[in-house]
Design a protein around this ligand. Structure first.
Ligand code: F6R
Length: 240
């Protein structure tokens, strides 16, 4: 994995936004894979600034988000659809009907998972996938386990993830216990992947990315198999 070490979060956010800009310059109708969580927020802010200055155009872009809590409705302020609206979509010139987030409020979740993978394939596959990383090494909500899933699937969240995400809720009890997430195959099929990691709490997970081994105990290590995966981390995540 190519690694870019940044002095701080600000620089990490700028580096990420520059890679997105380079992608859209090369292919204005790119298919972007997007992530939620706190890490990409700074990068989204830079993308918004570039868009508002006329330096970055999203008018031909399609996006697929990695995951969504389950069950949850899209208008719930804790949903990832709502997060994307507030932190990116409503500030840029992306066509809303070309932004996709797995549905967290369907009756037949298996059907929704198949539909989501088919929609990614029908769009031509993801050109550039943005990822954050969990403290436990999860990407999307592919949590550490003996087996990982290839396709989009419903997954229980680990206690570590529920605790880490409790900061966005009034109490830990309110954090949904499940999510619909893209699987490892959908992520690894992306032509370029950028993984953002910031802060000391990510040092353990980042360390696992820096040697030559892969393990399903740290799903992010599978990115080492990808020919074009870039880790962008700050010094705190890199050095601990
Ligand atoms: C979010 C996602 C998660 C987060 C990860 C890190 O769509 O898929 O894998 O990227 O939990 O979250 P933050 O950035 O909040 O530390």
């Amino acid at each position: 994995m190519k690694t870019i070490i940044c002095d701080n979060y600000e620089e990490l956010s700028l580096q990420g936004a520059k890679l997105i800009a380079a992608q859209l310059t090369q292919k204005p109708d790119s298919i972007l894979g997007l992530a939620t969580g706190s890490t990409p927020v700074g990068m989204y802010q830079k993308m918004i600034e570039m868009n508002q200055k006329g330096e970055l155009d999203f008018s031909a872009v399609t996006s697929f988000n990695l995951d969504e809590y389950f069950p949850i409705t899209p208008d719930n302020p804790q949903s990832y659809r709502y997060f994307m609206e507030k932190n990116l979509f409503e500030h840029i010139n992306i066509r809303r009907e070309y932004t996709f987030v797995p549905a967290g409020n369907v009756e037949n979740v298996e059907e929704e998972c198949l539909r989501y993978d088919a929609a990614i394939d029908a769009a031509g596959g993801i050109d550039l996938q943005v990822l954050g990383i969990g403290q436990n090494g999860h990407i999307g909500f592919n949590e550490p386990d003996d087996y990982l899933y290839c396709g989009t699937h419903l997954t229980p969240l680990t206690e570590s993830t529920i605790n880490a995400n409790a900061r966005f809720f009034d109490s830990t009890d309110e954090v949904p216990k499940h999510a619909v997430t893209m699987g490892m195959k959908s992520i690894l099929k992306a032509r370029t992947i950028i993984l953002l990691a910031s802060g000391k709490s990510k040092h353990g997970a980042v360390s696992a990315l820096l040697d030559d081994r892969i393990t399903t105990d740290c799903p992010a290590t599978l990115l080492k198999l990808h020919p074009n995966a870039i880790l962008i981390c700050d010094k705190d995540a890199y050095n601990g």
